[in-house]
Design a protein around this ligand. Structure first.
Ligand SMILES: *Cc1c(COP(=O)(O)O)cnc(C)c1O
Length: 374
């Protein structure tokens, strides 16, 4: 199963992970198998995978430019990387990152497993300093939900303590907008639940490693912990990934238009989108990202009550968590446990592929409705 690596990413997404043997189905079908007849390379799927896992791993590995290992979820993938560090390690973590990763780091710290230093995403000198002393440097860029862009080009190339590992959560950018392994990261992670799957119907995660030994170590961790991806989930993730380039292009164009208009809206006080000139890390985003992504976060005048009313009043956009799907979703993030440090009225909008004028009318009426309750 391989596609021509000289092809552009759009072609890779469509052609990767297929079995081109005459008589084979064009799509690798779901493989519901725990065990295989002994005597060949596969005996048991937790250890040896299935052709379905192989298809997804070929596809994502090619996108990120490394060797991929699939997991039950994004968090399972990230936990497998955190599991690499020895007891007593030092971990450098962004001040703004996915709340599940903050919770994972805090849980390990409270058990004496490691210590955690939080660093502002945009504080490049502090990250360079952390590279010299930490055992795991964990980055997320753009960050969730403040959309801060880290200077990956500098941080990933900074001298590291021997044996230290550096991983980047690449979920928000997707490998189409940024490839951390090319810059020197050891691992790039996708929560395939989001853009790869793209339809809010699965949980899956993928780590891509640069080094074959690290890939093998992650497979071993998956074997030991049993954090294996589901049969239907890998099938749906590959199916979703076929249209990733088209979905991303459309959703990103929508997000750019909505961000510009939100910034001018009388009921919006702050709009964060890496593509806006006003965004604090816009310069880093321009240097580093091929596209500015599909997520916009904005604060509404009138605090949490007004923000909740916006969520209650949208008619086309879904009031739901998660992101990266065909449908637009909106959520007030400070309402979530562990996210109380965020601005109270911050709404995170994941822009989908709907008609942009329909999306704008929906947002505009929801923002104004509360202001004029009659
Ligand atoms: C959703 C998400 C995760 C966790 O992925 P799951 O598949 O939900 O476990 C990690 N990082 C980021 C940036 C995410 O958005």
């Amino acid at each position: 199963m391989s596609a021509n690596s000289s092809h552009k990413v759009e072609s890779w997404l469509v052609s990767a992970g297929r079995d081109r043997t005459p008589g084979s189905p064009l799509n690798v079908p779901p493989w519901p198998a725990s065990n295989f007849v002994l005597g060949d390379r596969r005996a048991y799927s937790r250890d040896d995978g299935t052709p379905g896992w192989d298809a997804l791993e070929d596809l994502i590995g090619g996108l990120e430019g490394g060797l991929a290992v699939s997991f039950a979820s994004g968090m399972a993938a990230i936990a497998a990387i955190f599991d690499r560090v020895p007891a007593g390690s030092r971990i450098a973590l962004p001040d703004d990152c996915y709340q599940g990763v903050s919770a994972l780091a805090a849980a390990g710290e409270s058990r004496g497993r490691w210590t955690v230093r939080r660093i502002a995403v945009s504080d490049t000198p502090a990250w360079v300093d952390a590279c010299a002393g930490a055992d795991l440097i964990w980055l997320e860029s753009p960050s969730n939900p403040l959309l801060a862009v880290a200077d990956l080009d500098i941080i990933c190339r900074a001298p590291r303590k021997p044996g230290a590992i550096l991983g980047v959560d690449n979920t928000f950018a997707t490998p189409l907008n940024q490839r951390p392994l090319d810059l020197g990261a050891d691992f790039a992670v996708q929560s395939a639940t989001k853009f790869i799957g793209g339809h809010s119907d699965l949980l899956c995660g993928v780590v891509t490693a640069r080094d074959p030994a690290m890939r093998d170590a992650l497979r071993h961790t998956r074997e030991l912990t049993g954090a294996t991806p589901g049969t239907l989930e890998v099938f749906l993730a590959v199916r979703g990934a076929r249209t990733l380039a088209l979905r991303l292009e459309r959703a990103q164009a929508n997000a750019a238009i909505l961000a510009e208009r939100l910034e001018q809206h009388p009921k919006v006080t702050v709009t964060r989108y890496p593509g806006l000139g006003s965004h604090p890390t816009h310069e880093a985003a321009r240097r580093q990202l091929k596209g500015f992504g599909t997520i916009v976060s904005f604060d509404v005048a009138g605090g949490a009550t007004h923000a909740d009313a916006v969520c209650a009043n949208v008619r086309l956009i879904q009031h739901a968590t998660s992101l990266g799907a065909v449908e637009s979703t909106i959520e007030r993030r400070a309402g979530i446990p562990g996210q109380e440090h965020l601005p109270r009225s911050l709404l995170r909008l994941s822009t989908g592929i709907e008609d942009v004028e329909d999306l704008w009318r929906d947002l505009d009426q929801a923002l104004l409705l509360h202001a004029n309750p009659q």
